[in-house]
Design a protein around this ligand. Structure first.
Ligand code: PLP
Length: 320
């Protein structure tokens, strides 16, 4: 049984997604010079179908489940994965049920409902909603679509890595936010399979630094709690599947402060005119926080999502 993504599972995902999702642009930025030899570009997954990269993994998984049986699908999500599963299920004429935290952003819940899903609130931690979603799957005979710890989900996310290499072969470094680790596991697998010379750098909020702490301790750390404005990456721990992939393929881990995340959201809006949610802006926060690290390098910052409540955006804008 295959229990880790590979270049071939990522290429299969690429063909499942063709004609369904957007090939998002690599947006060039001249507003933040990286020395005389470096350049910064943004992989604009905030412009993706459903407003975040999550549709890549969710669609790749749901398409395969739909080919086997057409009962419903259920998932646990802080929002973006739930929206993506709802969208993919509707595409395949399946029912979807999404378990979200009590703190889920209103706009994400509204979007999942608009795509036809039923939504259930449960607790505040990722573990509470994962347990509830799995219980629902068993009771109702629905298929569970994991948010990150799944080969098909990670392979879908890995298609971002293929697109970056195809669109900018001169890239030196790719910066990726880390929640449960599915996004970076897919991207790092794609990149290291084809171009091991490209550095993959994982970014976490200081208040949710599970990968960073795991690397320090030498084992998979599960935090007691997380505290950050970046709701998509508040996960307590990396997954059992994603942890070893991150350890093997991610060159470096950086943490960013809450202030730098807010500053990055403001900077992205006012300079390249991109609306990016806090989780997606952590990569730009890393560049603002450690500019010397990126001098004279060709850097891609993955902007993983753009779904944020207008009130959150206006609070961030008024902080400056
Ligand atoms: C916008 C955004 N960025 C990054 C992530 C982290 O993805 P992963 O959990 O696969 O690491 C998420 C997860 O929900 C997200 O919504």
């Amino acid at each position: 049984m295959i229990d880790t993504p590979s270049l071939s599972t990522i290429c299969e995902a690429k063909y499942r997604l063709l004609g369904v999702i957007h090939r998002t642009p690599l947006v060039t930025s001249h507003s933040f010079p990286l020395g005389s030899h470096g350049e910064l570009r943004f992989k604009a997954e905030n412009l993706q179908v459903t407003g975040a990269f999550k549709i890549r993994g969710a669609f790749n998984k749901v398409a395969q489940l739909a080919a086997q049986a057409n009962s419903g699908v259920v998932t646990a999500s802080s929002g973006n994965h739930g929206q993506a599963v709802a969208w993919a299920a509707r595409y395949h004429h399946m029912s979807a049920h999404v378990v979200v935290p009590l703190t889920a952003p209103k706009s994400k819940v509204a979007a999942a409902k608009a795509y036809g899903a039923t939504v259930e609130y449960c607790g505040t931690t990722s573990q509470e909603r994962l347990d509830r979603a799995q219980e629902f799957a068993q009771d109702r005979g629905y298929q569970f679509v994991p948010p990150y710890d799944d080969v098909s989900v990670m392979s879908g996310q890995g298609t971002i890595g293929l697109e970056i290499i195809e669109d900018w072969p001169e890239v030196d470094m790719v910066l990726v936010p880390i929640g449960g680790g599915g996004l970076i596991s897919g991207i790092a697998t794609a990149i290291k399979s084809i171009r091991p010379d490209i550095a993959v750098v994982g970014i976490e909020a200081m208040g949710a630094a599970k990968a960073w702490q795991s690397r320090q301790q030498g084992f998979r750390v599960v935090l007691d709690h997380t505290d950050t404005i970046a709701d998509g990456i508040k996960t307590l721990g990396l997954g059992l599947m994603t942890y070893p992939i991150v350890e093997k393929n991610v060159d470096r881990l950086l943490t960013v402060s809450e202030e730098s995340i807010a500053e990055a959201v403001r900077w992205l809006l006012t300079r390249p005119k991109l609306v990016v949610e806090p989780s997606g802006a952590t990569t730009m926060a890393a560049i603002l926080s450690y500019p010397e690290m990126f001098q004279d390098k060709n850097v891609v910052a993955v902007l993983s999502g753009g779904n944020l409540d207008p009130e959150v955006l206006s609070a961030i804008l008024s902080e400056s």
